[in-house]
Design a binder for this molecule. Structure first.
Ligand code: SF4
Ligand code: SF4
Length: 166
């Protein structure tokens, strides 16, 4: 999952929830609340996208069926579309739905393959990826790419270097 149009080194817009500045260890100690908003572009009105979608659409993880399915907007709403070679590029903002996603009556959503292998992006989002560590080393802080998910556990979290006692 990615947000190619909005790099992570950008502070989120002002909102009701104050930003939280946490060390990487503290941020990684938080738990996903299962809101499911990062599992389907429609839940952020197309803001959240999937970059670098493999040509096989992760069929090997989903019993031979396409796991991540590209979407396009139509006059009647959202509709599936075939994957193209353009979807394979890192910066292609592919709107998507996931075949394993299970919306719940309370508005949250479950991952139907959470007990199996999931795509690396799912395992890494939003704070477990190597990119967060690299950006932290380079910039000293990283705004997590959760600005489109007000319900996310990590909404408005900025990962910072731990304070070193003097
Ligand atoms: S595989 Fe699971 S975590 Fe990944 S997008 Fe699908 S439902 Fe969400
Ligand atoms: S948006 Fe955040 S809290 Fe919601 S499912 Fe994704 S990682 Fe978990």
């Amino acid at each position: 999952m990615t947000d190619a149009d909005h790099p992570t080194e950008t502070a989120p817009a002002e909102g009701d929830l104050a930003p939280r500045f946490l060390s990487l260890e503290e941020a990684r100690a938080l738990e996903c609340n299962g809101c499911g908003d990062c599992c389907d572009s429609r839940r952020s009105d197309g803001y959240w996208t999937w970059g670098a979608l493999p040509a096989d659409q992760y069929r090997s993880l989903f019993d031979g069926q396409p796991l991540i399915i590209p979407l396009h907007r139509t006059d009647g709403g959202w509709a599936d579309r075939p994957a193209t070679t353009a979807d394979e590029a890192d910066l292609t903002p592919t709107r998507f739905r996931c075949g394993a996603f299970q919306p719940q009556p309370d508005g949250r959503g479950l991952c139907g393959i959470h007990d199996r292998e999931v795509p690396p992006k799912c395992r890494e989002f939003p704070v477990w990826g190597e990119q967060v560590e690299a950006e932290l080393r380079e910039f000293g802080r990283v705004w997590l790419a959760t600005e489109s998910f007000p319900r996310c556990t990590w909404y408005r979290v900025c990962v910072v270097q731990p304070v070193t006692p003097v």
